[in-house]
Design a protein around this ligand. Structure first.
Ligand code: ZN
Ligand code: ZN
Ligand code: FE
Length: 742
């Protein structure tokens, strides 16, 4: 019997062909496998039964990083092949660059890692065709050893044999190595002196962690700062040295068993935790770690060891460890040994270094279950540079530079959009440099030259300024796209939506077409334009960025809008404690009406958090919002009144009711229910069948869960983001989608 099997999806550059080859050889199947422009084609001949097993195994046992989207099988005449081949095709040379993402340690390598008889027993860089670093070590295309940071290691005869044997799990594994020929690890003090090497270095590191020290550990996409997550003095020392007040730290657990001791992961969360991406997943606590791991939060950012080095450390440490990005606050993650010792010497007591260079930074990815769906909060290691397919005929080459906070940029190779790794908040030179380097690096890798650039409408974003200069330099057009339109387009892009939708875009800040700060928007969107049909009633944003950190400013602004100066007395009589002279001063300035107006949902949420006594300041972005989310009670059905007047959603009655609320939990739940109700009301008024939810506020699980449910009950089709982040990390995808439709 003979069959022709066509497989589409992410099957190239992930070791799929050698896998098919090995499977065929094992089963005595003859024929060939080759790459084509849109997938992999296999011709297979053999006994009926063997052929059936073959067909099943190549799908069921495919490499973990492969994503099969479509399989077509057709029967054909036998051609009498005498063996099985990996056929080189002309597409191999012409095809688009395919750069695989970094993959977590696979099961087979893990088994060998702890097998005393294996020649890579306890070797911290064990890897195979299904696992190990990729994106972070590639220097140029094509992806060959010579084009990776592994080129300086000359393979020993044994590794070379595995590398060249199509039957080996390590056939063409570019980062292959062993004790004899591969990278090595060592322990260093703050001055860069080597103290110990190999497994003894890892033993020492584990000891040091248990004794309460902070270690800078070089990983896959950069450094982590690691310490015992159950020792309060170690964790608070890390906070102090890193100058990081309350922003939660991620915790790495040895295995699922240890994780379940401390947290309550759902089935879905376990699936994410153990996927070959191994992201940080936000999971509810069961038992306490050190109090300052995630102050005031119900959920912990948890992950499992994803490299052999991490696993070796964790196996030797009794407790779970903090593994937070090794950087100076606000700067990009540190990548090189020298840079680590220079920049992190005041934070880490010791360093665990190695000599496999990291070519490009890549932070850990973060996933949260929102509305029951795994949602990327940060899409970086393991995802990048996997493309998002947008399924349309494409002529243009578009670069979208993203926003300012949580920046990513994106560009298209045909109908595939490559979204960059997480760059960060572009608020200092270091991050701006990282952005510029990363654009040059990634577009260079893919040989991409834009014929159009799309940036945000905000005139003061560094990315806008960069885009203006770049477009001038390349003499190509530049389009400035409204922030919330980009959010909704990002959702439309990943779902392949081309028709008109109602977009509900709620976030902290985005520059509006009228020059005011938007953020509580209902937009009727199509691919090329939008109409702002409803929005939250605007209020003055007093103190600009300071209003983000000090929600009292927003509370006063709302109160002045409602009661004028009298509002200060009302607040006092309700029992609020605040600096009254500050309030009266602010009122004087408020009267001059010189502040920009905002319709920001994010600010409104902060103000409500303040009013309910949840917290009086944001020490990191979104802090109050997350704390409120944790208090939500799904059994609370109550809600507050609001009014829709013209295009404005008037929150005054709601704030009035909130000022009387004494029960935090009830207040938070009723407030979120009110936001849901606003969304549903507007949805019904507009009547557009498809509704897209995006913007940072759409990371709020109870809000999205209820809004989605209520809208779907009424027959609407609701779309949330699952491939790109709903926060500003997803803007670049929306920008590229917009550009491609020009
Ligand atoms: Zn492996
Ligand atoms: Zn070797
Ligand atoms: Fe935004």
């Amino acid at each position: 019997m003979a069959v022709r099997i066509k497989i589409k999806g992410i099957v190239q550059g992930v070791g799929f062909r050698p896998f098919v080859y090995r499977t065929a050889k094992k089963l005595g199947i003859k024929g060939f496998v080759c790459n084509t422009t849109d997938g992999v084609v296999i011709e297979a001949e053999g006994e009926g039964e063997a052929l059936d097993i073959f067909k099943k195994q190549i799908i069921d046992k495919a490499p973990p990083v492969a994503e099969i989207t479509c399989v077509e099988i057709s029967y054909k005449e036998s051609e009498g092949f005498d063996d099985f081949y990996i056929k080189e095709s002309k597409e191999d040379k012409e095809r688009e660059p395919i750069i695989p993402p970094d993959m977590s340690l696979c099961e087979e390598c893990e088994r060998e890692l702890f097998d005393p008889k294996d020649r890579r027993f306890l070797y911290p860089f064990i890897t195979c065709v299904n696992c190990g670093p990729r994106f972070t070590i590639i220097e140029a295309f094509p992806y060959d050893r010579e084009n990776t940071t592994m080129k300086k290691f000359k393979m020993c005869p044994q590794c070379k044999e595995e590398y060249e044997d199509p039957l080996s799990r390590r056939f063409h594994t570019q980062p292959i190595g062993c004790y004899r020929c591969g990278p090595e690890v060592w322990l260093s003090d703050r001055e860069g002196n080597k103290l110990e090497t190999g497994i003894r270095a890892i033993d020492r590191v584990s000891e040091l962690i248990e004794r309460g020290y902070i270690i800078g550990v070089k990983g896959i996409g950069g450094f982590h700062l690691v310490c015992d997550a159950t020792r309060e003095e170690a964790v608070s020392k890390l906070r102090e040295r890193k100058k990081r007040k309350e922003k939660p730290f991620a915790v790495m657990f040895r295995d699922l068993e240890q994780l379940k001791e401390y947290l309550k992961p759902s089935e879905e969360e376990i699936r994410e935790l153990t996927s070959c991406i191994r992201p940080i997943v936000l999971i509810e606590k069961k038992k306490d770690l050190a109090p300052s791991v995630a102050p005031g939060l119900r959920r912990i950012g948890a992950f499992l060891p994803y490299s052999p080095l991490h696993l070796l450390i964790l196996k030797r440490v009794k407790n779970p460890v903090i593994a937070t990005s090794g950087n100076i606050s606000g700067e990009p993650i540190v990548r090189d040994n020298g840079e680590a010792i220079y920049k992190l010497r005041d934070i880490a007591d010791f360093f665990l270094l190695h000599n496999r260079d990291i070519r490009r930074r890549c932070d850990d990815s973060v996933i949260k279950l929102v509305g029951g769906t795994p949602t990327p909060i940060r899409r970086s290691r393991g995802f990048v540079p996997r493309p998002v397919k947008i399924g349309m005929k494409v002529k243009r080459k578009v670069l979208g530079v993203g926003g300012m906070l949580k920046n990513t940029f994106a560009f298209n190779i045909g109908d595939k959009v490559i979204i960059s790794q997480h760059i960060g908040d572009i608020e200092n030179t270091e991050t701006l440099n990282f952005f510029e380097d990363a654009v040059r690096d990634l577009t260079g890798l893919y040989g991409f030259k834009p014929d159009l650039i799309v940036c945000d409408l905000h005139p003061l974003y560094e990315t806008t300024k960069w885009a203006e200069e770049k477009a001038k330099e390349l003499n190509i057009p530049l389009i400035k796209l409204q922030h919330h339109h980009a959010h909704i387009l990002s959702c439309m892009a990943e779902k392949g939506i081309r028709e008109r939708v109602l977009g509900i875009a709620w976030d902290g800040t985005g520059y509006g077409t009228d020059g005011s700060v938007w953020g509580g928007e209902f937009l009727l969107c199509d691919l090329l334009s939008f109409e702002r049909i409803f929005h939250l009633k605007p209020f003055p944003l007093m103190g600009g960025d300071r209003a983000v950190k000090e929600p009292l400013r927003v509370v006063l602004s709302l109160i002045f809008e409602m009661y004028g100066e009298e509002g200060i007395n009302i607040l006092r009589n309700k029992g609020f404690e605040f600096d009254e002279s500050f309030a009266f001063n602010l009122f004087k300035i408020w009267k001059r009406k010189t502040f920009p107006l905002t319709s920001s949902a994010g600010r409104l949420i902060d103000a409500v958090g303040f009013i309910l006594g949840i917290k009086d300041s944001n020490t990191y972005e979104g802090q109050i919002a997350v704390m409120m989310e944790d208090l939500y009670d799904p059994l609370e059905r109550g809600e507050y009144p609001f009014e829709i007047r013209g295009k404005e959603i008037d929150w005054r009655d709601m704030i009035d009711a909130l000022l009387k609320e004494r029960d935090k939990r009830k207040g938070v739940s009723r407030f979120i229910n009110t936001l849901v109700n606003i969304g549903v009301k507007v949805g019904e008024m507009v009547g557009e069948e498809k509704i897209c939810l995006s913007g940072g506020v759409m990371q709020n699980d109870p809000l999205v869960t209820n809004l989605k449910e209520k809208l779907e009950e009424r027959g609407f089709k609701v779309f949330t983001q699952t491939l790109a982040p709903p926060n500003d990390g997803g803007l670049s995808l929306g920008q590229v989608y917009y550009g491609l439709n020009q």
